[in-house]
Design a protein around this ligand. Sequence first.
Ligand code: GLY
Length: 372
Amino acid sequence: MTVCVHVPLGARAYDIHIGQGLLGQAASHIAPFLQRPKVVIVTDSNVASLHLATLTASLDEAGIRHAGLTLPAGESTKSWPFLIETVDFFLNEKVERRDVVIALGGGVIGDLVGFAAAVLRRGVRFIQIPTSLLAQVDSSVGGKTGINAAEGKNLIGAFHQPSLVLADIDALNTLMPRDFLAGYGEVVKYGLLGNEAFFEWLEVNGPSLASGDTQARIEAVRISCQMKADIVVRDETEQGDRALLNLGHTFCHALEAAAGYSDRLLHGEGVAIGCAMAFETSARLGLCSQEAPSRVRAHLKAMGMKVDISDIDGDMPDSAALLALMRQDKKVVGGQLNFIMARAIGQSFLTSKVPPEVVLSVLQDAIGSGAE
Ligand code: GLY
């Protein structure tokens, strides 16, 4: 079964197809976008060995010529040197203004290739074929593209919507359980920020989703993409509502920086911990009941996920140092930290009215024995 989520952005509208076997049928989805039977594909070394042959076999069968660039796997690929390599590759392959380039991989490849497509000849179209859960539910949708700078993550980039997203659920079978669960952190985030019924559904179906239930995975990716599409359509360039997608991220970014952006803490793991802390902060401010953070924590624990700062391997800085890192966040406006807080599960909102001493106490408890 394949389902489709449409992102109605006028001239930049596109479809997200979600289902099994999409990589093997990719050519039939891609062909309508081509002015000539040729594409270029950028991927990483891990994804190339798992999925590139399936994609190229589909293109060969349809008579679509293709050239490929395989970059090293890992976050450091999202940087100037690999942006230059990618753009040079496109130019050497004589990619024209009306051609289409393909990003095959996780969030790093999607963000890098999307940005390269945005700047090449002032913008060529690109197709996202996300192979990680995190990319399928978040980074491949909505048009945020870019690379990291020495000063921080995602500081250089552009909004550039893809022309098509093909989320092949079978690709999730090749993920390590830890990577799947990290992506699941972003899935839970959607329920927490705006859809209590979805969170309830995850409480019931999360375990079978993690153990490989295809229908449950399709449904979770569909609802996540639909929620993201609805928000992006309301606020494409993050002037307002789109910031809700950053639930848990102010905490997460400080934790990622403290862990040296290493595999001590994957982004989605940081999002899950950050969501738990955002709900705990909301409860301490009297915005939501204490039941809400307890329920968030209980679900993350039931899924075997990290919940507290103490769950991160190795030493972490103290709460004051973490708060200082939070002040580096992109969402600081006029020196004021902005947070996504919640009135209940599924009811989040943006506010700058969060006293630092409350954040400090939440951080302190999450470093210690947990916020229970
Ligand atoms: N990942 C957050 C956004 O796309 O806005």
